[in-house]
Design a binder for this molecule. Sequence first.
Ligand code: ADP
Ligand code: MG
Length: 460
Amino acid sequence: MAEPSPDLARAWHRALANVRHELSGPAFDLWIGDVRPLGYRNGVVQLAVPNPFVQELMQHRYAMALRSALSQAVGEPLEVEFPVAEAAPERPAVAPPAAATLFGEGEQSRDLDFASAPLNGRFTFDSFVVGPSNRFPHAAAQSVASSPAKDYNPLFLYGGVGLGKTHLMQAIGHRVKELDPSARVVYVSGETFLYHFVTSIRENRSADFRRWYRNVDVWLVDDFQFIASRERTRTEAEFFHTFNALYETDKQIVITSDRPPKDLLVDDRLKSRFEWGLVTDIRQPDTETRLAILQKRAAEDHLRVPKEVLMYVAQVVRESIRVLEGALVKLVATASLMHEEVTLELARECLKDYSTGDRSLDVTTESIRDAVARHYGLEPAALQGKSRRQEVALARQVAMFLCREIVKTSFADIGAQFGRDHSTVMHACTKIGELVAGHDAEVSAAVESIRERIDLYGGG
Ligand code: ADP
Ligand code: MG
């Protein structure tokens, strides 16, 4: 086929410049340099790829992003196709692939050198704060670490971004190595697995690939979802074989993902294998856990932050733990730049982007539960417990009422929070509503004062 017209080459450059940062990762960086714009016909841009593996990768991982970037660059909607070029295409004039950073410092070589990515020294069990949102996965991880391939194999952890999946997974790796320094622990992200696999094919080193991946005692696969795609890819098939080989020889497998097995775009055989072991999720931490994490972090890093400020941060920053830690760092850095103490005042100013202004968006049923418990001098857990003591029952009803009023959650969701059914919640809301409307002095005062607390702090 003819050389790409200069315009197409330019458009491709521009498109790449726009999406590179978004798509960048070992697999993308390695292969994108081999993709070459061939031609443009009837609204379809042909991007030549050197082999079916790169074709697969491009089609299933990057096609959408590349299509929209190219459309933008050209200024009209386009489709993209990835024909396999007969001869290996010459290297196009786009930037060379970034170094495969996972394989050692600044190494530029394209030779495949299998290696486990290093474990982060901070991601240990000691630095992991346990709370209701992660108690179960934490216990499972400890059990796996102390007796691999016994109770839970595979262990499948899932949950949203920044909630501690990688931390917990690496804590397993650290503990296994502590207990048995000769154990072969391999930590690899889904993306790196794909990269290893595709590269091993390209370099004719499938045997090395298999030897390396099958000589593992504890296999930690982080962010598995990267391997999953709607199409049954060869990477997925290879993962399946690797999984089976390790499982059958009693090796421990731990997998994390952003979603549960049933929602992954993989073959049912693989889903069912994931469910052979234990599937458990890490959830958003509640305010108490967020506070404990901040306290631990502040202590580890020798940060002098008053408890009331930590409390404020824990209440305002309700996103992931990664964001929570980021907020603390930002606060401390700001204080130090301005040669100021870390005060509540400074925290309010510094973290104002984290709170939405509309408190009702920030307030959660759990923060209401906490605020009500505090008002009545009870443990938050008591409101979720079975106690029918009059005082506890009243507090619980007030909490349900406020959840309905402020967060506007469904009766069923409120019920789930307090371990009660939908009709109990409805009854509570009606009853407290009537008491407030009838100016029952005690209940009205309580509701009033709890509302104030929530307006001020978002609960807690
Ligand atoms: P994920 O892999 O789920 O996206 P990470 O494991 O990378 O999340 O966690 C994000 C950050 O939050 C890390 O710095 C981690 O140490 C911290 N973190 C997460 N959960 C906890 C916890 N329970 N205790 C202490 N730190 C935590
Ligand atoms: Mg992670």
